[in-house]
Ligand binder design. Structure first.
Ligand SMILES: Nc1ncnc2c1ncn2[C@@H]1O[C@H](COP(=O)(O)OP(=O)(O)OP(=O)(O)O)[C@@H](O)[C@H]1O
Ligand SMILES: [Mg+2]
Length: 287
């Protein structure tokens, strides 16, 4: 177990008439090496939870355990957490503040006082990982990149710290199909490294959601479901009720499963559904 939470609650502006109870008594666990997707409709508390897991917010009540140790919010502990955990915010490009792309990616490694040679290596590696290793871009202002390139640059800035746990908030928002595919491939590649954990937030059952081997579903600040793809997608009605409608191809697969066909209730793209149906047809056609 990498992370678990016990009765984790978070209230914005507690004790005032503006208080918002964003999360209520969340008990969850995320395994080391998993690809976890955190689902939930808008306002359900996903970004709040991600910031708590990244140590940026402190629980109003309850606790977070990392590798079995309760997070106490001591300075040294938080510094170590920042080194090991990469948090990519929703619209991360809003937080750029350096004059060049190079400085933006080098910021965290420099902040951790890594030697200049290592900083350079880290920057080059991180930009190469996200496919932004064009030397012409290095001295450009990060604000003069395209929206998709800015998103990739923000991810590179986090990868430059070589984290073991990556938390990403709606990372595909605003990317075109090619950009999304590139990002999926990168996340899958990182997740294949032993012990590398990825947690992705999304409010739609889209392609990124299909990469998960574990799901957490939030609804109005509470944890509605937690489990494997099979466990989550067999509860389509409940997902629908909290505004997470299954794509049409999934509804069709569910109808076929309900009619007795031997398909698994995972998240299918049209291509995957076609493959599954064709494989089944071949099997039943055999004498
Ligand atoms: N800084 C803040 N101050 C006060 N309330 C906030 C703040 N940030 C979020 N909230 C409230 O907390 C609740 C959860 O918000 P959060 O941003 O975590 O939702 P979300 O699931 O990430 O939504 P989205 O999919 O729209 O990004 C919402 O009711 C929101 O209005
Ligand atoms: Mg959010």
């Amino acid at each position: 177990m990498l992370i678990c939470t016990k009765k984790l609650s978070y209230t914005y502006m507690p004790g005032t008439s503006f208080k918002v109870e964003a999360l209520r008594e969340i008990d969850l666990s995320i395994d080391r090496g998993s690809f976890t997707v955190l689902l939930g409709p808008s306002g359900s508390g996903k970004s709040t939870l991600l910031q708590l897991l990244g140590g940026l917010l402190r629980p109003t009540e309850g606790a977070i355990f990392i590798d079995g140790r309760r997070l106490q919010y001591r300075r040294r502990e938080l510094r170590e957490l920042r080194r090991r955990v990469g948090l990519v915010f929703q619209e991360p490009e809003r937080q750029f503040f350096c004059e060049t792309l190079y400085d933006e990616i080098a910021f965290a490694p420099r902040n951790f006082a890594l030697p200049p040679g290592t900083v350079k290596e880290r920057v080059e590696q991180a930009l190469q990982q996200v496919g932004l290793d064009d030397p012409a871009l290095l001295q450009r202002s990060p604000f003069q990149l395209s929206a998709g390139q800015q998103r990739l640059a923000a991810i590179a800035a986090v990868l430059a710290m070589q984290p073991r746990l990556l938390l990403l908030d709606e990372p595909t928002a605003g990317l075109d199909q090619a950009g999304q595919r590139k990002l999926f491939a990168l996340l899958q590649q990182l997740n294949r490294r032993p012990g590398f954990t990825v947690v992705v937030v999304t409010h739609r059952l889209d392609r990124v959601a299909s990469l998960a081997d574990y799901y957490l579903v939030l609804d109005r600040g509470g944890l509605l479901m937690e489990g494997s793809p099979g466990e989550i997608f067999s509860r389509a009605e409940e997902l629908h009720r909290c505004g997470l409608s299954l794509p049409p191809v999934m509804l069709l697969m569910h109808e076929l499963i309900a009619a007795g066909l031997p398909f698994s209730p995972v998240l299918y793209s049209i291509e995957e559904a076609r493959r599954e149906i064709n494989a089944w047809r071949k099997k039943v056609a055999r004498p």
